[in-house]
Design a protein around this ligand. Structure first.
Ligand code: ATP
Length: 260
């Protein structure tokens, strides 16, 4: 796979005077979690890495080439993005939506083949939404819709997965199932980079973590070095209690008396 690399990257968060330049590589087999409070710029970073927003400074490389030098089709064959927000104004079934994942692999105007359809059906099965294949996506529950979005990227089969809060709307069982699927993707030599609000999901599943602070500061590295209570308390402005379960830290927020 071609690793995705941020070089001196400053994301363009409107109204933010400056930002700490980001220099990291999302390498083969890695699973990254991006943590930060609301408005810190997690979605902006994800969209910038996907080439959907221009950075204020610096560059993004996919392998040896700057992202800006690559055609969108070449990028879409290597990188998939699960968005936080979706517009379902256009009436499409669940299967038709998953098949969109095959578009980077088809010639313009080429119809999907039986193989494309089979890949989409397998992905829907893996995400436990195959029984909804004929339903309009606009009629799905939040969690079902989220799983269809992930199935669409699975159908696309990119080397690098970018995901904006992939466990949004998911019940506990499906959260674990999705994390296991992403872990399996990383274990198969791909890479995962996802924004998370749940510290404990990051502690349980991620081997690398990037902390994004509201003033633009950032730090990144191996999860065990990043997930230390003092840094996390500063990140969220929230006192935490740390316990250990199954060999991993579990962070519990401590209520502040007298505050909402
Ligand atoms: N088009 C825009 N115009 C003005 N401000 C914007 C625009 N897009 C994003 N912002 C601002 O940039 C900041 C970063 O937004 P972003 O969505 O990246 O944050 P986030 O860390 O993903 O937040 P959350 O945890 O709430 O999803 C926010 O303060 C947001 O209001």
């Amino acid at each position: 796979m071609n690793p995705l690399q941020a070089r001196q990257l400053v994301i363009d968060v409107p109204g933010r005077p400056a930002g700490y330049p980001l220099n990291f590589t999302i390498g083969r087999g890695q699973m990254w979690g991006v943590l930060g409070p609301n408005g810190a710029g997690k979605t902006t970073l994800l969209h910038t890495l996907a080439g959907l927003r221009l950075p204020r400074q610096g560059e993004i490389f996919l392998g040896e080439q700057p992202l800006t030098a690559l055609k969108r089709r070449a990028v879409a064959r290597q990188m998939g993005l699960v968005f936080q927000e979706r517009q379902d104004g256009f009436p499409a079934s669940v299967l038709e939506t998953a098949l969109i994942g095959r578009h980077p692999w088809l010639a313009p105007w080429q119809m999907e083949t039986d193989l494309d359809r089979r890949l989409a059906e397998q992905a829907l099965q893996q995400l436990d939404v195959a029984h909804l294949s004929d339903r309009l996506v606009s009629t799905l529950s939040g969690g079902e819709r989220q799983r269809v979005s992930i199935a669409t990227v699975l159908t696309q089969n990119p080397d690098t997965w970018l995901l904006d809060e992939p466990t949004n709307h998911l019940d506990l069982h499906h959260q674990v199932a999705v994390m296991q699927l992403l872990r399996a993707q990383a274990a198969a030599g791909r890479a995962v980079f996802m924004c998370l609000h749940d510290l404990n999901l990051a502690a349980r599943w991620c081997d690398h973590v990037l902390l994004l602070y509201p003033n633009g500061d950032a730090c990144w590295g191996p999860a065990e070095r990043m997930l230390v209570p003092a840094a996390l308390e500063r990140l969220y402005g929230q006192k935490l209690l740390t316990v250990e379960a199954d060999g991993k830290p579990v962070f519990v927020p401590v209520p502040t008396t007298g505050e909402l």
